[in-house]
Design a protein around this ligand. Sequence first.
Ligand code: UTP
Length: 290
Amino acid sequence: MSEIRKAVITAAGWGTRFLPITKAQPKEMLPLVDRPIIEYSVEEALQAGIEQVILVTAQNKQAIEDYFDRSPALEHFLEQRGQHELLKIVQQVGGRADVCYIRQKEPLGLGHAVLTARHIVGEEPFALFLPDDVFIGSPSVMQQMIDVYGERQGSVLAIERVSVEDTQRYGVISPEKLSDRTYQVKDLVEKPAPQEAPSQLAIMGRYILSPKIFDALERTTPGKNGEIQLTDGLRLLLREQPIFGYEYQGTRYDTGVPLGWLKATFSLALDHPEYGPALREHLRGLDIGD
Ligand code: UTP
């Protein structure tokens, strides 16, 4: 059994970079081929042996809860029509995961969203998923991180090497290299100006966190817009406990923005056994210039 038994998935943000669709539709429920984006995180958690998924949602996110719930009326309808294959698919969604929900009542930042899960997580290390980041890897990126956690027994942050210009979009670590892909985090800074970035190693949307992060987040003063930043909480945690960065193996798609979502959609669809060949054919027939 994995020592990491619980996953927190934060899905309470407004998704302003995806407006206007996010006015009425949670971005986490946009499809990637035939599954909503959030299901990729839930699947990754299950594959890593995690037993309980704690989803942090907000007022306009009802569709997420409906998706992972049973739907007796739909199941009855499919049964009556003899559509047993579809019935099986519908029942499988959510059937495998023990999902519970918690509402973040105000969008006070990622750190605050994590804090709302405190009483369900309790005093044990947990996995944190930012579902916009969809990772394709084998073993899964969370499984890789759990392996690093097993070795190091400290919080682990998923790390990707980005261009100098892109450092301003992420939390960036000041690293000390420990092994091929693992770093000791010496310091971390949220969205530094490129000339001030301590490295090109940026934090992506997968974490394994010590429960001490909750005390650290309680002590974190809100930054700009009154939001509690997870990175600020991690800085406080770093004063008490080591934190490790792990350069994951796999591909990441940022589905929280239209272009990233489009790239993910095309890449995953081209790899899809049913849709891939026909889509490839269709794309070949398009006049896409150079
Ligand atoms: P983002 O920075 O991507 O914010 O949040 P957002 O609201 O989702 O999207 P934009 O920037 O307006 O387009 C990073 C992660 O933190 C969660 C989001 O759901 C996402 O998983 N989050 C952010 C919360 O759960 N609550 C918050 O108050 C803010």
